[in-house]
Design a protein around this ligand. Structure first.
Ligand code: NAD
Length: 471
């Protein structure tokens, strides 16, 4: 066997991962035809839109798509054609969490992975390298192989690889241009090793060889869950310390700085906040919890579950701090939430801390103003109706106003909560904001974004996550 030179790639799933990842592959590999397919017509239309109103916001993404689209990058709803023509197929579909009656109560919903795999089996008539790009539980490749082999057509042959994606939303294009590493897992058979070499060859068009790591299939699958679990654990650890700082008068910035100087710990990813969000951290840890429980490792499951519980606690704790500070009641008070995306530089709201903050404020009968520079209004209404089940949207709309800019969102409010670290919030004219608010005016900085001293000088009453009240 020798490694096949990849000429045509199909990516099933044109979402936050499939879209940017394969757009960058197309940009960096002009000799490879890349077709990204999706069942969602609206999403595909947006990827093809002439005015580049792409379905997701990522700095630098539009530029990549402008250069490659129509040259060797195509977006389509014709999944079968994409599969038929490709010699390498990425499966980059969503793997949400589902509630289950078994053990931990949550597991990865592999329905989309299974449907995509069944489609590949039903359509393929030649050899294909099938690459798990989605984040999946350990040994999912085995299930995919069983499905593919049981349903394959004559002349179809499949090699399965795991190639988890480590990009972070908001920096996806930078991360893809200069990845810390590209991880490829394969079976340690001659065919598996060849398939691995074929995919490595694609990445080697721009990624230095020493950053392309090749490992066993199960290690690769588990590494993705482990990487997200470790990152989320780091945030929960610093958030746990932030609570101690607030209670003692220590400053989490100073503590993080001191800890991060230790080269074994390092300075990155040590920022306290109102809690992590995003589609991955919670889901992947719950996945690890489920895996541990199904392996009868209940203590291990409990260890990882605590990372998620700590995050939920941090979000509730921050909401409670707002209520406590506003004289123990926010009923009929207007609270402004600045930022609805789960972090800056993305329009993604999945598991955003803002959702749980707004839900808690509404449960205390407050009025809430929301402003986010990138999140669509329809998305906010959808998130809120899911967050407050049983309450009709018309009722929620009586208490929530979605605003077009930060200043109008803050006017007549009693308190401002900074929930997303959008840079533009730092650059607001805070004197004008102060003048427009009811007094006393409060700011709760859940992202350590603002100049607290300057705000205090203006007259604000300021609370910053992780900063104690005592000198
Ligand atoms: P997403 O929901 O944005 O996109 C998934 C897309 O797949 C959707 O557009 C959906 O319509 C499409 N799809 C589902 N089934 C299909 C099918 N049978 N045929 C064609 N299209 C189909 O999800 P995402 O954020 O891109 O995540 C994809 C995977 O990557 C997940 O497993 C996720 O855990 C993982 N991941 C996500 C990130 C992130 O930052 N979002 C980072 C690393 C890994």
């Amino acid at each position: 066997m020798t490694a096949v030179k990849v000429k045509k790639i199909c990516c099933i799933g044109a979402g936050y991962v499939g879209g940017p990842t394969c757009a960058v592959i197309a940009l960096k590999c002009p000799h490879i035809q890349v077709t990204i397919v999706d069942l969602n017509q609206t999403r595909v239309d947006a990827w093809n839109s002439l005015d580049y109103k792409l379905p997701i916001y990522e700095p630098g993404l539009e530029d990549v798509v402008r250069q490659a689209r129509g040259r060797n990058l195509f977006f389509s709803t014709d999944v079968d054609k994409g599969i038929l023509e490709a010699d390498l197929i990425f499966v980059s579909v969503n793997t949400p969490t589902k509630k289950t009656g078994v053990g931990a109560g949550f597991a990865a919903d592999l329905n989309y992975v299974e449907l995509a795999t069944r489609r590949i089996a039903a359509v393929a008539t030649s050899s294909k390298i099938v690459v798990e790009k989605s984040t999946v539980p350990c040994r999912t490749a085995e299930s995919m192989r069983t499905i593919l082999e049981a349903n394959s057509k004559p002349n179809a042959r499949f090699d399965i690889l795991s190639n988890p994606e480590f990009l972070a939303e908001g920096t996806a294009i930078d991360d893809l241009f200069r990845p810390d590493r590209v991880l490829i897992g394969s079976l340690q058979t001659p065919e598996g090793v060849d398939a691995c070499a074929s995919l490595a060859e694609v990445y080697a068009n721009w990624v230095p060889r020493e950053r392309i790591l090749t490992v066993g299939l199960w290690s690769s699958e588990l590494s993705k869950l482990a990487a997200n679990a470790m990152l989320a654990q780091r945030i929960s650890s610093i958030n746990a310390l932030s609570a101690i700082c607030e209670a003692t008068g220590a400053n989490i910035d100073e503590v993080a700085h001191a800890i991060g100087y230790d080269s074994r710990v390092g300075p990155k990813f040590l920022k306290a906040s109102v809690g992590f969000g995003g589609s991955c951290f919670q889901k992947d840890i719950l996945n690890l919890v489920y895996l541990s429980e199904s392996l009868h490792l209940s203590e291990i499951a409990a260890y990882w579950r605590q990372v998620v519980e700590m995050n939920e606690y941090q979000k509730r704790r921050f909401a409670k701090k707002v209520v406590d500070t506003l004289f123990n009641t926010i009923t009929n008070k207007r609270i402004t939430v600045l930022g609805f995306a789960f972090k800056a530089d993305t329009g993604d709201t999945r598991e955003s801390a803002s959702i749980s903050l707004v839900r808690d404020f509404l449960s205390e009968k407050a009025f809430v103003n929301i402003y986010d520079p990138k999140v669509e209004e329809a998305q906010i209404w959808q998130d809120l109706s899911e967050a407050v089940p049983g309450t009709p949207l018309e009722i929620i709309k009586k208490s929530v106003t979605i605003c077009n800019d930060a200043l109008s969102a803050c006017t007549n409010a009693e308190a401002i909560v900074v929930a997303t670290e959008w840079k533009e919030f730092r650059d607001i004219d805070w004197q004008v904001v102060y003048d427009s608010m009811n007094k006393p005016a409060f700011v709760f900085d859940g992202r350590m974004l603002l100049d607290a001293q300057k705000l205090k000088e203006i007259g604000f009453n300021v609370t910053v996550v992780g900063r104690g009240g005592r000198p």
